[in-house]
Design a protein around this ligand. Structure first.
Ligand SMILES: [Zn+2]
Length: 797
């Protein structure tokens, strides 16, 4: 006999699958088709959920005694969309031909001048999920092919049921559920969940998974009639009594947020020699650690994967029942103790939570509550260690962690653990933990599949002082392979950067996919050598501007959990999926050098590379991000670039300079900027500055024999730009630009250009340069230095 809870979870996860089938032209109400789907395709032991699915619009059952599993699914369905609707509304005839439209054009920051402009519609193609431009990027409605989509639906459906049929032999519930979750993501990410809405912008996948997450939270609750009546009256737009209102205000849910702290220091404080290999491994370790901890919390609270609403950049978000609140402190303490043992306080986790009522979900305030939680966690972070600050751990926190004295230290992390020399460079001595992280990075770069194997926390075969051992302490083992052979029970196989499910999978393991920035390992010296002109490496950092504002206000009064979740999963697809594609193909398509991806996910990225490759990569990442978010002026991205002055410059220093550079970009009004040598808007960067750079490069190329003339011209132009900056600091921008008393640079420019004339074809270029410097004087210095760096002749050592 299957557990009733399992049936509720599956019913919630698949309750609207009939809509998918219906749109292929299949006759019948979607609840009935959903029931048929269960009987036809689901393993017999769980077919009991068909009854719940075919009744999930049955209001009379909802308002009678009994039927608790059904009530849970109906409640979850209504709370997920937070919609007040006409419950008898069958979808209209044109449902089939309405594609999913992007949620991004609707985002408005509160003070936005674009507030009243009605957003344009961009549509997603009806294709299974793959990280390809023609799949991920929505197109303007006018360009969307005007044809019957039922054909596309048919194709998608037949592939979907083929994949679902493959797992019909599975007997373990979790294995079945987890694979189904990924199959649904692959095929329903692009299907609109409700078409009768004016803007069908919520994906079926996000509606199904958030419904399931809510259902999982309600499992131990006997939903009483007062509550059900209240909810029913609310969604059918009827007046509520005080008692009914009160019952909706009950905090039945808990939103839990987790933050891994100390990441920056942990990843980037490595000594520069041999740092390259270390960076990627450390960043991956943090990613796996955050996920492992998030999954540990899920396990402790007995919640399925659907309840992990977000995980990226060291943050995670979990929807839990309110009854989880008292357990949280104990879980946090448990995690803190493990981390303290492993990382001696270098890494720690803060858990925070806010209560959530049905009213919060119905009034669609989910985004604001999430934002509130983030702020609360930020506050908690400042009270580092508060949960474990007691006598017992005093020595570990404040006592000496190392013996000190004249001992060898690890070349990467500086610890005094036992050291062994590096194979490639025996002058480097590394500790076992650092070596294991390098091994991790190599594995991820080379292998096709990642296996995630839950293990009891006290049984751990991995050698101590390895990342496998530390993650094992949280109950998870990871293995990277090219072939999927016989797997231990309960293992989960992820295909890396592809949605193709592994073939030949045994029925005891679940399957899915994951996207991550994966450019392989690169050496700093090779990145420097690969640059154009000056041989240096650099760092590019970037993130979405005002994400907090976008979350809390961006979707106005419609921040339902399914809508917010649609937005955040689309955003993650860009950073973890598309940024990988950009970086991976960069050196093949461009001559400016090579990129080494350290991290991209959630809403931010960190890339090391040949200095000359970074501005171009930043421009591409920005342009594609704008296209991905439908050119909405309220969703922007800023970037900061720093060039390391020497090859052996400390990575940690370059990382923090790149952060400073990013902060300078964000100080510009409206943000939406890049800081490369100087902060400027993207418009200036790809406009005036790029034009001036190209003209100057042409000028230098035109002097094939002796470029000293142009190089001295560059120096003079540089002096003029500095003169402008000097005059600006005395008289202000306007005066320096237009007032003769401050505008000496203008005269100098005319003089220098006329001196450089030679009566040949070159003079035309000189005129262009003069005009471009004049019109872009505030940023001309960027182009001048950029060209000077690009044309600098340096020996490759
Ligand atoms: Zn080390």
């Amino acid at each position: 006999m299957p557990d009733e809870y399992e049936l509720v979870l599956l019913a919630a996860l698949l309750h609207d699958v009939g809509k998918f089938w219906q749109r292929t032209g299949e006759q019948g109400a979607h609840q009935q088709l959903g029931g048929r789907f269960i009987h036809q395709y689901i393993p017999p032991q769980w077919q009991g959920c068909a009854g719940i699915i075919s009744k999930h619009h049955d209001v009379s059952a909802y308002l009678s005694e009994g039927y608790n599993p059904l009530k849970i699914v109906i409640t979850a369905d209504w709370l997920s969309s937070g919609e007040r609707k006409n419950l008898n509304n069958e979808e209209s005839a044109n449902v089939v031909n309405t594609p999913l439209i992007s949620v991004f054009p609707e985002i408005r920051k509160s003070q936005s001048k674009n507030r009243d402009i009605s957003p344009s519609e961009y549509c997603y193609p009806l294709k299974k999920l793959e990280i390809r431009y023609d799949v991920l990027f929505p197109v303007p409605k006018e360009q969307y092919p005007k044809r019957q989509l039922s054909h596309e639906y048919k194709e998608l459906w037949s592939e979907f049921v083929r994949e679902v049929s493959k797992i019909k032999e599975v007997s373990e519930f979790e294995v079945y559920f987890n694979t189904m979750y990924y199959i649904l993501q692959k095929y329903t990410w692009c299907i609109p969940s409700a078409v009768w809405k004016s803007r069908p912008d919520i994906s079926l996948f996000n509606h199904l998974t958030t419904t399931c997450a809510i259902a999982a939270c309600l499992r131990d609750i006997e939903l009483d009639l007062t509550y059900c009546t209240a909810l029913y009256r609310y969604v059918s737009k009827k007046e509520l009594t005080d008692a009914e209102k009160e019952s909706l205000d009950d905090e039945r849910f808990l939103l839990i947020g987790g933050d891994v702290c100390g990441i920056q220091r942990f990843i980037y404080s490595v000594v520069s020699k041999g740092a390259a290999k270390a960076l990627r491994g450390r960043s991956l370790y943090i990613q796996l650690l955050s996920e492992t901890i998030a999954k540990h919390v899920l396990l402790r609270l007995n919640l399925p994967i659907t309840n992990l609403l977000y995980c990226g950049g060291g943050h995670f978000l979990i929807l839990a029942p309110h009854s989880a609140a008292p357990k949280l402190e104990e879980i946090e303490k448990w995690i803190a103790e493990k981390l303290l043992k492993i990382h001696k306080g270098e890494l720690y986790v803060v858990l925070g939570s806010v209560g959530l009522s049905s009213s919060d979900l119905l009034s669609k305030r989910f985004g604001s509550r999430w934002h509130e939680l983030s702020e609360r966690i930020a506050w908690q972070k400042r009270q580092k260690f508060s949960s474990i600050m007691n006598e017992e751990h005093y020595d570990e926190l404040f006592g000496a962690t190392e013996e000190g004295g004249i001992k060898d230290i690890c070349s990467v992390c500086g610890s005094e653990a036992a050291l062994t020399p590096d194979e490639d460079d025996p002058s480097l001595k590394k500790c076992a933990f650092c070596r294991s992280l390098e091994h991790l990075a190599k594995q991820v770069a080379e292998k096709r599949y990642m296996l995630e194997i839950p293990t009891p926390t006290d049984v751990n075969g991995a050698p101590e002082d390895s990342w496998e051992h530390t993650l094992g302490m949280f109950g998870m083992r990871y293995v990277f392979v090219d072939e999927v052979g016989t797997l231990p029970e309960g293992a989960h196989v992820y295909t890396i950067n592809s949605t193709a499910m592994p073939t030949g999978l045994c029925s005891c393991a679940s399957a899915g996919f994951r996207f991550l920035l994966n450019t392989g390992l690169k050496e700093m010296s090779n990145l420097a050598k690969g640059s154009q002109g000056m041989k240096k490496w650099g760092v590019l950092r970037g993130d979405v501007d005002d994400l907090g504002v976008i979350l809390s206000e961006g979707l106005g009064d419609d921040q339902s959990i399914s809508r917010i979740s649609t937005m955040s999963s689309m955003m993650s697809l860009y950073f973890s999926g598309w940024v990988h594609v950009i970086c991976e193909s960069f050196s093949k398509e461009n001559s400016e050098g090579d990129l080494y991806g350290i991290y991209s996910g959630g809403d931010d990225l960190f890339i090391v590379g040949s200095w000359s490759a970074l501005p171009k990569a930043a421009g591409k990442i920005y342009d594609d991000f704008r296209a991905f978010t439908c050119n909405n002026p309220d969703i922007t991205l800023s970037c900061g670039i720093t060039i390391a002055p020497t090859e052996k410059y400390p990575v940690s220093r370059a990382a923090s300079l790149a952060k400073e550079s990013l902060d300078r970009a964000k100080q510009s009004p409206g943000k939406n900027s890049i800081c490369f040598l100087r902060p400027m808007s993207w418009e200036v960067f790809s406009g005036g500055v790029a034009q001036l750079r190209d003209r100057l490069l042409e000028l230098i190329k035109s002097e094939s024999i002796d470029s000293t003339v142009s190089r001295s011209l560059l120096q003079r132009l540089y002096a003029i730009c500095r003169m402008f900056e000097d005059e600006r600091s005395r008289g202000g921008t306007l005066a320096a630009k237009h007032d003769d008393r401050y505008g000496r640079w203008g005269w100098m420019l005319a003089y220098v250009i006329s001196r450089a004339r030679s009566g040949g074809k070159k003079d035309e270029l000189l005129e262009d340069v003069k005009a471009l410097v004049q019109s872009n004087i505030e940023h001309a210095i960027v182009a001048v230095r950029w060209v000077e760096f690009l044309t600098r002749k340096e020996e490759v050592r």
